[in-house]
Write a protein that binds this ligand. Structure first.
Ligand SMILES: Nc1ncnc2c1ncn2[C@@H]1O[C@H](COP(=O)(O)OP(=O)(O)OP(=O)(O)O)[C@@H](O)[C@H]1O
Ligand SMILES: [Mg+2]
Length: 375
């Protein structure tokens, strides 16, 4: 009984727990007060622009750098004093650091040899992991005889072969072309689900973060801006930074005119009063604010079309129409709402009327789709 209870407690503990962790490099505060828990078996992506502290946070979890404040726990144990090689962590970084003079199989076998695994069982284990990354039969190839994506998969097999408790990925796909990158994202997802290994992935590719993750952390300036499931981070961003970083968002500047529960009226800078909702933050009556509207929430129609079903309509003129295959991106000047053109997606370019530069159009949207944030 006692053992079962202890097992249960261990299983329910977070695989990784980061508590008020900070990192200073002299005057640079690379990470500030980062706190989060990651449950066993989950896939977390840390997303943020260049210099936001993603790699610094990952390096502290890996044990390459000690935090200047706070504490990191892995499997419930404090690890600040544990060196990297004593943490059961598999890693794949942007620079793969495969051994070029060795074969794929020798690369994958390396961590097992380092850990003095039973030599007789190594070839079978290596073959299993090469199969897992869909490189069965490629074990005899040298690294330079493999494509970029195949090399990437050798690196993944090598990171996983010793059954680490935790897998850390720092932009391992950044160097690949788009199509291969998207394939590899799905591969990561498949392998991670198959093995159930707790994973932390770093990227500045928002699509990747949304596709592969159970949870997303968005960072800016060393600070965690939001931790949420991909759908929540996309649909209910916590602040204007997250709204801008994930998805294509139009911002309307103004002041908070009225506040009633989640309903807000934004007094836009050029006099229009726009209904919206307070999504993440506490707003202040009269305070400066930004209305945020996703490009896909805006309808575009010929000038003078009613768009009567929608709460808000404004008139504008097309300044650009960009064909992207599955959609057209319109840029529309709306003088009543400021100088920045609106970006509007049309995902049905075949069935819908198309517009060209200079054409007068009407835009429309619903109040619930305009999220109002502090500036
Ligand atoms: N060893 C270091 N010494 C001094 N400053 C550092 C060091 N490592 C990182 N920094 C600084 O800390 C901040 C965060 O860097 P970090 O590498 O964590 O960013 P990142 O989010 O991984 O960016 P990228 O997307 O470009 O890889 C940056 O301002 C960077 O210049
Ligand atoms: Mg980095």
């Amino acid at each position: 009984m006692a053992i079962a209870a202890a097992e249960h407690r261990r299983a329910s503990e977070a695989a990784v727990s980061v508590r008020d962790v900070g990192m200073r490099f002299g005057k640079v505060h690379a990470v500030r007060n980062a706190s989060f828990d990651l449950p066993q078996g989950k896939f977390l992506t840390i997303l943020g622009p260049s210099g936001s502290g993603k790699t610094t946070l990952l390096r502290m979890i890996a044990g390459f750098d000690a935090p200047t404040s706070g504490e990191i726990f892995i499997g419930g144990q404090p690890v600040n004093a544990v060196p990297p090689h004593r943490r059961a962590i598999g890693m794949v970084f942007q620079k793969l650091a495969l051994f070029p003079h060795m074969t794929a199989a020798e690369n994958v076998a390396f961590p097992l040899k380092m850990r003095r695994s039973d030599a007789r069982r190594i070839p079978d284990t290596v073959e299993r992991y090469l199969d897992l990354v869909r490189l069965g039969g490629y074990g005899g190839r040298r690294i330079h005889e493999l494509s970029g994506g195949q090399q990437q998969r050798v690196a993944i097999a090598r990171a996983l072969v010793f059954e680490p408790d935790l897998l850390l990925l720092d932009e391992p796909l950044a160097a690949l072309d788009r199509k291969l990158r998207e394939e590899m994202q799905l591969e990561f997802r498949r392998i991670q689900k198959e093995l159930g290994v707790t994973t932390i992935n770093v990227t500045h590719d928002q699509r990747e973060a949304l596709v592969v993750s159970d949870e997303v952390i968005v960072m800016d300036g060393g600070v965690i801006q939001q931790k949420a499931a991909p759908v929540s981070a996309y649909r209910t961003p916590a602040n204007a930074f997250v709204a801008n970083f994930i998805g294509v968002t139009n911002f309307i500047e103004g002041h908070v005119k009225t506040l009633a529960g989640p309903s807000v009226t934004l007094d836009a800078s050029r006099g229009l009063a726009l209904p919206g909702i307070a999504a993440g933050e506490k707003l202040r009556q009269g305070g400066r604010a930004l209305g945020a509207l996703r490009a896909e929430q805006i309808r575009i129609a010929p000038a003078a079309t009613g768009l009567d079903r929608l709460d808000v309509t404004v008139d504008g003129s097309v300044t650009d129409a960009i064909f992207e295959g599955e959609r057209i991106v319109y840029e529309v000047a709306v003088p009543a709402l400021g100088d920045m053109p609106f970006r509007v997606f049309d995902h049905d370019p075949v069935g819908h009327q198309q517009f060209t530069s200079g054409e007068a159009v009407r835009l429309g949207w619903n109040a619930r789709d305009m999220h109002v944030f502090n500036t």
